[in-house]
Design a protein around this ligand. Structure first.
Ligand code: PEP
Ligand code: MG
Length: 837
């Protein structure tokens, strides 16, 4: 079905609409038009469902059932009808091109916040926009978009029970117009109860913004809330309180809206953009972490004295690091710091400078600065981000040498802003802050890893604007969405706070049930494993409900050291993890080094494109001695068979066959006849499209969505300049995942996902729907993932998968999955309501 443009003007993406309700697709999918004509015309043959009393918005339904909303300008409800003239009434039939609303363009340009006019399909789960115009001029009557029906909406089962009613006087100063209607619906959706809002004898589903708008309820209208189902009482309480409030709109006086409009084009709502370093959201006041330079004495008191002072300071820092303040990933990073403090090259350079007459402080600072500068100049962002570790050690040793520095007093519950944070600083703030946003930094720094392991939302590379933010500014940190919203409108803030409360309660309920298996509502079991870097992570992973380890990144054992670990050393490390897992499976990924993850003892030829060079299995086959030693170490872990082997970066079947042959040879040499599973990571598009051939030889497949996305989209996963485009929900990546699942299923082999997409609860339904039977995730995400899976049926998952596959972009897929997730709340609502109280 073709929809014609209802206006002449410029077509812009919804993301450019400076209103979270429209830009966030809370009312539906579509585009926005910046109008230069003054008559809004019908985009197709349709029935007028409602026309706002104030004449600023109209809803239509096409004969096929697509629901449309056209909303002229932003906040134009506040004009109370001034400048608008409705040409039709609710119930009227219109043809394409019929006038719907006439409006005074000049007046609106002067009085409204913006003229930008969203044109939306409000039932995108049933009707999908397949093509639309964008970033171009358009005439009224030109084709604007094409929409197709994609199937029925998902129905959720509602446990019946007594119907509860409650009357409430609508407090919203401008009535139940589009934006508050969207917020009411967003609040209603997490509840399982069937909830209706009645104005007189007109009834609307509280979960449908459009239905709510059609009530035409003005401020002061007596509404009846009516709910039935398990959590009806809690729903009435939450919705009743919100409907009776001012919905955050009282803080936007009409006089302000009538004042001179802000310059156009629109600014982006005071949001700072960055790269997600650890997912999640948080709301709170900001606090800028200001770190002083450590002041040190530059005068040498003699080389013997200074050398002894340095040794004493190093010993002090080592003992501080060795004290068990950190656990899990934090502890591992501190172990790496310990190793750096024992780096002979570093120490002898500092001692040399001391012998040449520098003070211990100056020598240490200069040597560490030089190393950090060298790291910062490397092309690999992961290595560049290690410069922060050297800064951390520089600072700690300088303080131990008597250098003076003030440690900022960080108030509890803040969103911490910083230029860049050091790993030890973040560990010291553990449990005190709600989120972190840095001007610099990156997604693979140790700070990012620590934040993710603590479940702390973190945004990196958000730019200088971070440092210009006044302390105490209220902010919404949407790390997953890559944004920090500063000083958002009161209604956005209120909604975020409610959402924060809801997700804390949901998290508490999910954590309580974390160790239970994850079974879909339709009975299928989905295994949920943890991604581990070493034994230190294991206890936390089990506490979060991990059913084993789906990805041990064994390369951590090989990095930051002068020579490769021996077979015995490796066996001991794998055995320790297997023991800690207490009989649960352990998938050891063979070395994923080389290329962009260099190690000192493996001099690789210089490569123009390291990400496309010797990496993963290619390095292992190039240096078969390393792989052979690793395979032998794994084969010696007991009980036998618990450890499985997984090969990274496979691009062709031959590589797998070569590893299998080597494995069989080592088994024979050790006299092992029992079977050990050998799996393959699907991380290259080549492996995905030939998955069936690979699955014939492999015992299992596991999709590494991080690299699969990087190689499918030709976007460097560590490059902040393209970070915004790297999204594993891109339709191309989803198709590769689907191909992998088809290949595995055809050969009767299991397929899991161990890349970062597996840690996204939003994506779980689509992955399972595509055929994935196991997820291996960041430990802190496991409870939420399991809770999410328990709320789904296989049919839901297949529906989510086909909707995501059919999406035109990753953003569209995310929007569909978010709507879908709201419609199939995972957590038991009683528990949520209980925890929220
Ligand atoms: C992946 O690429 O998705 C993956 C899990 O491997 P890594 O992130 O360690 O490269
Ligand atoms: Mg990878």
């Amino acid at each position: 079905m073709k929809l014609l443009s209802p206006l002449k003007g410029w077509v812009a993406p919804l993301d450019e609409v400076s209103d979270a309700v429209f830009a966030g697709r809370m009312l539906g999918e579509g585009v926005a038009i910046d109008p230069i004509s003054d008559v809004l015309v019908a985009p197709c043959e349709a029935e007028v469902i409602s026309i706002a009393r104030t004449g600023h918005a109209v809803t239509l339904r096409t004969d096929e059932g697509a629901a449309l909303l056209i909303h002229i300008g932003l906040d134009t409800v506040a004009l109370d009808g001034a400048g608008f003239e409705a040409c039709v009434e609710a119930g009227a039939r219109v043809k394409a091109g019929d006038p719907l609303i006439r409006f005074d363009l000049d007046r609106l340009a002067r009085c409204a916040r913006s003229l930008i006019t969203p044109v939306l399909v409000t039932n995108p789960d049933v009707f999908r926009i397949v093509t639309h115009r964008l970033d171009c001029e358009i005439d009224a009557g030109d084709v604007l978009m094409e929409v197709i029906a994609i199937g029925g909406a998902v129905q959720t089962d509602v446990a019946m029970g007594e119907r509860l009613d409650r009357d409430v006087v609508l407090g919203f100063p401008h009535g139940l117009h589009a934006r508050p209607a969207a917020r009411v619906a967003a609040l209603a959706k997490p509840f399982a109860a069937d909830i209706a809002v009645l104005a007189g004898d007109v009834r609307a589903d509280a979960k449908s913004p459009i239905a709510l708008m059609t009530l035409g309820a003005g401020s002061g209208t007596v509404l009846t809330l009516s709910a039935r189902g398990g959590d009806a009482a809690a729903a009435l309480e939450v919705l009743g309180a919100f409907l009776a409030s001012d919905g955050g709109e009282a803080s936007e006086p009409k006089s302000k809206l009538m004042a001179a409009p802000p310059p156009r084009p629109e600014a982006r709502d005071g949001a700072l953009s960055g790269v997600c370093a650890a997912p999640g959201r948080a709301v709170g006041p900001t606090f800028l972490y200001r770190r002083d330079e450590v002041s040190i004495s530059s005068e040498s008191r003699g080389s013997a004295y200074e050398a002894a002072a340095l040794d004493a300071a190093l010993a002090q820092v080592k003992s501080e690091i060795a004290s068990p303040a950190a656990s899990g990933q934090g502890a591992e990073i501190m172990v790496a710091h310990l190793a750096l403090l024992e780096d002979e090259a570093l120490l002898s350079a500092a001692r040399q400078d001391i012998a040449e007459g520098k003070s211990a402080g100056v020598a240490w600072r200069e040597v560490l600065d030089a190393r950090a500068a060298a790291l910062s100049a490397l092309p690999d962002p992961r290595l560049r981000e290690r410069a922060g570790d050297l800064d951390d050690l520089k600072r700690r040793v300088l303080i131990a040498l008597g250098g003076e520095a003030r440690t900022p007093e960080v108030p509890a519950g803040v969103i911490l802003l910083a230029d860049d944070l050091l790993p030890s600083e973040l560990l010291a703030l553990s449990g005190r802050i709600k989120g972190l946003c840095t001007a610099a930094g990156g997604p693979s720094s140790h700070v990012a890893i620590i934040a993710a392991s603590q479940g702390l939302p973190a945004l990196a590379a958000a730019g200088e604007g971070v440092l210009a933010t006044a302390d105490g500014t209220l902010a919404v940190l949407d790390a997953s969405g890559g944004r920090l919203l500063l000083d958002p409108p009161a209604d956005v803030l209120a909604l975020e706070r409610l959402e924060e409360q809801r997700s804390l309660a949901a998290r508490a309920a999910a954590t309580a049930a974390a160790v239970e298996p994850a079974r879909l509502k339709s009975g299928e079991r989905i295994e949920v494993f943890a991604n581990l870097g070493g034994v230190a992570d294991t206890q936390a992973a089990l506490g979060n409900g991990a059913e084993g380890c789906g990805l041990l990144r064994s390369e951590f054992l090989f990095m930051d050291r002068p020579d490769p670990p021996s077979e015995d050393e490796q066996r001991a490390a794998y055995q320790a993890i297997a023991d800690a897992l207490g009989g649960r499976p352990l998938i050891v990924r063979t070395l994923d080094i080389g290329g962009d993850k260099p190690v000192a003892y493996l001099p690789l030829p210089k490569e123009e494109n390291p990400a496309l060079g010797l990496r993963g299995v290619r390095t292992s086959l190039w240096r078969p001695d390393l792989l052979r030693t690793q395979l032998c170490a794994i084969l010696r872990v007991r009980p036998f068979g618990l450890c499985k082997i997984m090969v990274p970066m496979v691009a062709s079947l031959n590589e797998l066959i070569a590893v299998r042959e080597m494995l069989e040879a080592e088994k024979a040499a050790l006299g092992v006849t029992d079977r050990i599973e050998l799996g393959v990571m699907i991380e290259t598009p080549a492996a995905a499209v030939t998955a069936r051939a690979i699955a014939k030889v492999a015992d299992f497949l596991s999709i590494g969505t991080n690299d699969l996305t990087q190689y499918a989209l030709a976007m460097d996963r560590g490059n902040p300049l393209v970070a915004a485009g790297i999204d594993a929900l891109h339709p191309a990546v989803l198709r590769l995942i689907a191909l992998t699942c088809e290949g595995a299923q055809a050969e009767g082999k299991p397929v899991g996902v161990c890349g970062a997409l597996a840690s996204e609860p939003l994506a779980a339904a689509a992955l399972v729907g595509l055929g994935v039977t196991a997820l291996s995730a960041t430990p802190t995400m496991i409870p939420e993932l399991k809770a999410r899976l328990r709320g789904l049926t296989l049919k839901d998952c297949r529906h989510a998968a086909s909707t995501a596959l059919a999406a035109g972009s990753a953003g569209e897929a995310r929007a569909h999955l978010a709507v879908f997730a709201e419609g199939s709340a995972a957590e038991p609502p009683e528990a949520v309501a209980e925890a929220a109280r």
